[in-house]
Structures are given as C-alpha cells and as structure tokens.
Design a binder for this molecule. Structure first.
Ligand code: NAD
Length: 252
C-alpha cells in the first residue's frame, strides 16, 4: 500500500520502539517522516533505518515537555518539508511503582509533564499549523492502563494516559470543523523495553503479562503501528475523537 505518498508525517518518541516501528511503516508507504525524540542517537538510528530502505526522513531533537522545543519542532518540520499533514504524538515514559502516599513528587511531575503536557503542547502547535493549512490528522498515544484499566503503583502513568484520552476527545471536537481529525490509541502491553520490570527476563515478563491478555501474549509493536497507520489514513475518515483500545482483549 502507498497510503501516505506526498504526506509529511511527524512522529514523536520515534527513537523508541513503537515510534520507530510506526515511522518505518509510514516511510514504507511513501511518507516523508520527521523523526523526533529526546534521544539524539536513537533519532539518527531511526533516520538511518528509513533511509537505508530508500525512504525519506529527517531527524529532530525535541523535549516534548518544553513549549519552546515543541514549537521549534513543528516549525522545523514545516520549513524542511513544506507542511505537516499527519502527527503521531507518541513520546512517553513509565515511572511510578509506589502507592500514592509514598509517591515521589518529582516523578509524578515528570510523568505528567512528558505524557500529558507533552501531548498538549504538540496538539497546540500542530493544530494551529494544520488548521491554517487545509487540515490534517493526529494520533496520540495513551494506554489501556489509563482510562480503561488500573494497576496499583501506576497512579502517575495511569492519570497521565487517561488525560491523553480525554484531551484527545476534547481537542477532536474543537478542531474537526477546521479539518483536523484527532484520535488516540490505548495499547495494552507491547514487546518493548517499557513492558519489562527492572532486571526481568523475557520469560518472566511473558509469565507476568500474558495471563492478563485473553489473546495470551504481549503485542508485537507492528500490530500497534498498523492501527496508528489506519487511524492516520483516509480509510478512517469518519473516525473522530475516540480512544482506540488495542490490548488483545485485556479490557474486553
Ligand atoms: N510498551 C508498552 O507496553 C506500552 C503500552 C501502552 C502504551 N505505551 C506507550 O507507547 C509509547 C511508546 O512507548 P515504547 O514502548 O515505544 O517506549 P520507548 O521507551 O521505546 O519509547 C519512548 C520514547 O519516548 C522518548 N521520550 C521520552 N521522554 C521524552 C521527551 N521529554 N521528549 C521527547 N521524547 C521523549 C524516549 O527517548 C523514547 O525514545 C509511550 O507513550 C508509552 O507510554 C507503551
């Protein structure tokens, strides 16, 4: 398929596993991909991977918690590629592990800053750019461990991700009449480093998580990226302002 020919796609967290998988998939379908992440070497690696397959990519170092940095990211995409058609706001961190009464306040603030404020800032500059230039499509990464489920010790992460789901719904209503279509995804556990506890082996991770998923396994990152690409494509043109749970039935 070539659903993204002549489109410019911005992916944050594109140095990480899910972002990189989506970035590669967008490029394979013809998009020019702006690869954005805080991790400079990971950005270069993703760009190299896309280019080695003959795709088009450029790297941007961004801290999604900084308004200045996020504005510069969007401005850079537009000046390098001549526009911005699709954004996948996906940068995120875990953090937590302790009950609310013992929660480190710096960790709380950091998780909310990256996962929720980071998406807010991205939406702020992306919607302005897209609305002024004929519209666009945005997909945000929430988590099933947000508005859909709960796990003791994960208050900051869950709160931030539930916030992303609701921010998505609100922003979608605000911008659909200006041609900007916004949705979010709420994945269950994905086969990335984020799904491991410190020091855990793959077997231990699978033994802990697989029984929580009716499908019996964690997701391959490509299975989540496939949904992102569908939401970003014209195939989902009537899908607006919803959070899409992709979790192997965990919250069915
Ligand atoms: N892995 C899972 O099981 C899982 C499940 C549900 C949702 N998610 C969400 O999916 C998204 C991608 O996760 P992943 O598993 O690929 O993790 P990952 O750690 O591989 O990727 C996350 C990326 O975000 C980047 N990042 C962190 N802070 C940043 C900042 N301030 N500015 C810019 N970039 C920053 C990191 O450098 C990293 O490259 C995250 O939002 C995560 O919360 C993951």
């Amino acid at each position: 398929m070539n659903r993204f020919t002549d489109k410019t796609v911005l992916v944050t967290g594109a140095g990480g596993v899910l972002g990189r998988t989506a970035a590669l998939s967008f490029a394979q379908e013809g998009a020019a991909v702006a690869v954005a992440d805080l991790n400079e070497s990971a950005v270069h690696e993703t760009v190299k991977m896309i280019e080695s397959e003959g795709g088009k990519a450029s790297g941007i170092i961004v801290d999604v918690t900084s308004s200045e940095s996020v504005k510069a990211m969007v401005d850079t995409v537009v000046s390098r590629h001549g526009g911005l058609h699709i954004a996948f706001n996906n940068a995120g961190i875990l953090g937590g592990g302790t009950p609310v009464g013992e929660h480190d306040e710096d960790v709380w603030n950091k998780v909310l800053a990256v996962n929720l404020t980071g998406v807010f800032l991205a939406l702020k500059y992306e919607t302005a750019q897209m609305a002024a230039n004929g519209g666009g499509v945005i997909v945000n990464t929430a988590s099933n461990l947000g508005a859909h489920w709960r796990l003791a010790g994960m208050s900051a992460y869950s709160t931030s991700k539930a916030g992303v789901s609701f921010l998505t719904r609100t922003a979608a209503l605000e911008y659909i009449n200006q041609g900007v279509r916004i949705n979010s995804i709420s994945p269950g556990p994905i086969d990335t480093p984020m799904s491991y506890l410190p020091g855990e082996t793959r077997e231990q991770r699978d033994a802990r998580l697989a029984p929580t998923v009716p499908l019996g396994r964690v997701a391959d990152p490509q299975e989540i990226a496939n949904a992102v690409l569908w939401l970003a494509s014209e195939e989902s043109s009537y899908v607006v302002g919803h959070d899409h749970v992709i979790d192997g039935g965990a919250t069915a």
